[in-house]
Design a protein around this ligand. Structure first.
Ligand code: ADP
Ligand code: MG
Length: 584
């Protein structure tokens, strides 16, 4: 067998294997080309999930006859003027898309640059080029995708499923450029020059309105900038569909960024749930390599740890600030006096104590008993405990208000100003317990016989590089000979499969320069503990217990969400209730 250089059509088909995986990749490449050509209106039509035809029409610069002929040659691009692969200002740069798509479909391009007398039409299957009546911008039609490569055709999923992928690509690009108008199959329409928030709502759905928090952060040395929005923890999805991430304007699905997002929400959302976001990270072109894969959804950061930490901190700041504001709503005014006066005796057992027998725990059922007084409010006041063991002088000003009673043995009702408040007793206590546990130093247990983990030396190095970080989770480690690591101290009462954990941490550190696995496990452990050591739904509470619970939740960080991201309380303004009864 002699060595031979493959013919161009085969080389293109091989390249197509990387660039054009499915119809969605064609749509992506064609939209990106339209954006690169400066279009501000792009219309896409996709038939049968893209299998039968894909058409993309733009009002961009168009091409001259000469450029049109070149555009379907391999590695022909207008986008790398100074041959610098790190300085990429366009979405495309490889010059691979058009020749690849042409090699696996019947592609026809109509284009007009407005300078030449007429437009041009190129039939890529035959190479025929002829004058066309096309007047403005470019239309690319891709018919019978993969019909020339039946093996690829077989790998396509059903039309519906391919369409979902097309829609995903479409939405991501539409989010990247709210200034550009997009239409898909005449059904999904995003007008041009939309405000970013309106574009986000059009893409993600109306339920996000009013529930997104603004992010606008810049790193201390000004090298990283993060803008966009993230969802309040109570708004979440069952998958990552509505997580939109962009690096220098390019939609990415990058593990460093997804990981940072998850870590930022770790305290307020269950690991199996996903916050929504549209986050735009901007950094110097030289600090990120987008030249990783032809699909270009992954990037390599020069300093992944820096990026990750900056993102976690920026997002946590936003979450903490907003959640605190929520807790400190209305006219919440502790006097310094009342805080110190109050016994904040927080034992885990506090609320689980059996109701004191002499205290008549007001239950909502009381409301339906005949009462002499015509005001229910007065009735309950007479049931309140003595002023001495609570801050009675401030009662009117507590944000979570004065306890009215318990319903269903799981919700506490209270009133604050012109609001009725319903508190989920379990979620509330769980959040208090969790935040309290977090303030403790972890109790460490020195090991008489260290736990030794055999590990390849490069994996060992990776792990030792984050040993300071591990200390924060209570783990003291050091090298143990050449091919092992030893744990000398670990959190008491914490036994894991250290071997597995360390190997998987090493993989992560080597790939991303960082690993959050240990802190995530610690979080899970705390969350689990908090959940099992908190007042349950179904437990009857007396007035003091309920009052203490409300007062504590007011002082707790992120008190408005439990550590699974569920709401802890709901505030119903009387005005809303008036509406129910048509009392306006
Ligand atoms: P790349 O985008 O990486 O340069 P492509 O194969 O996608 O490679 O496109 C090749 C060239 O064809 C581009 O560099 C551009 O000059 C031209 N081109 C492609 N699509 C369009 C379009 N819609 N409008 C104008 N020019 C286009
Ligand atoms: Mg391109």
């Amino acid at each position: 067998m002699s060595v031979r250089v493959l013919p161009d059509f085969l080389i293109n088909q091989i390249a197509a294997g990387e660039v054009v995986e499915r119809p969605a990749s064609v749509v992506k490449e064609l939209i990106e080309n339209a954006l690169d050509a400066g279009a501000d209106q792009i219309m896409i039509d996709v038939v049968d999930g893209g299998r039968t035809s894909i058409s993309v029409v733009d009002n961009g610069s168009g091409m001259s006859r000469h450029d049109l002929e070149k555009s379907i040659m391999r590695h022909a691009t207008s986008k790398l003027p100074d041959d610098d692969l790190l300085n990429i200002n366009y979405m495309g740069f490889r010059g691979e898309a058009l020749p690849s798509i042409a090699s696996v479909s019947d592609m026809i391009i109509d284009t007009c640059n407005g300078i030449e007398e007429n437009g041009w039409c190129l039939d890529c299957s035959t190479g025929d080029i002829k004058p066309s009546s096309w007047e403005n911008g470019t239309r690319i039609r891709v018919n019978n995708l993969f019909s020339k490569t039946p093996a690829r055709l077989k790998f396509l999923r059903g039309d519906k499923s391919e369409m979902i992928s097309v829609l995903d690509v479409f939405k991501r690009l539409a989010m990247a450029r709210p200034d550009v108008g997009f239409v898909l199959n005449n059904k999904w329409r995003f007008p041009k020059n939309q405000e970013i928030t309106e574009r986000i709502i059009s893409v993600m759905g109306d339920d996000v309105r009013g529930h997104m928090l603004t992010v606008d952060a810049i790193s201390s040395n000004a090298s990283l900038k993060l803008t966009g929005v993230i969802s309040e923890p109570t708004l979440r999805r069952a998958s990552s569909v509505d997580q939109y991430l962009f690096v220098n304007g390019r939609p990415v699905k990058d593990k460093v960024l997804f990981g940072a997002l998850r870590a930022a929400y770790m305290d307020v959302m269950h690991a199996r749930e996903f916050p929504l976001c549209a986050l735009y990270l901007d950094l110097d072109h030289r600090s990120v390599d987008v030249n990783v894969s032809p699909a270009k959804t992954e990037v390599h950061f020069l300093e992944p740890v820096h990026v990750r930490n900056f993102m976690i901190k920026s997002l946590r700041d936003v979450l903490a600030k907003t959640l605190d504001e929520k807790t400190n709503m209305n006219s919440y005014c502790y006097t310094g006096q009342s805080i110190t006066n109050k016994k904040i005796n927080f034992n885990l057992g506090d609320y689980s104590r059996v109701s004191s027998p002499n205290r008549n725990a007001p239950d909502i059922a009381f409301m339906f008993k005949p009462v002499k007084d015509d005001s229910l409010e007065n009735f309950f006041e007479s049931e309140k405990p003595d002023a001495t063991d609570s801050q009675i002088q401030n009662e009117g000003t507590f944000p979570l208000g004065r306890v009215i009673g318990q319903v269903g043995n799981k919700y506490i009702l209270s009133q604050s100003g012109e609001n009725l408040i319903i508190v989920d007793q379990h979620a509330a206590h769980e959040r208090i317990t969790y935040e309290r546990l977090r303030r403790y130093d972890i109790k460490r247990q020195p090991l008489l016989t260290p736990i030794v983990i055999n590990i390849k030396s490069e994996d060992g190095e990776a792990i030792l590089s984050i040993s300071e970080e591990m200390k924060k989770s209570g783990l003291y480690i050091d090298a143990f000979g050449n091919d092992a690591i030893a744990i000398f101290e670990k959190p008491a009462d914490w036994d894991l499969n250290w071997d597995d954990l360390f190997h998987s941490i090493a993989d992560e550190v080597r790939e991303y320069g960082h690993s959050a696995q240990l802190s995530e496990r610690l979080h899970l452990k705390l969350a689990n503990y908090a959940c099992h050591h908190s007042v349950r739904a179904g437990q009857k509470l007396d007035y003091n217990q309920m009052d203490a619970l409300l007062r504590d939740i007011e002082k707790t960080n992120r008190g408005s969400e439990c550590n699974h991201g569920r709401p802890v309380y709901k505030i119903i303004p009387f005005a809303e209730i008036d509406g129910w009864f048509e009392r306006i």
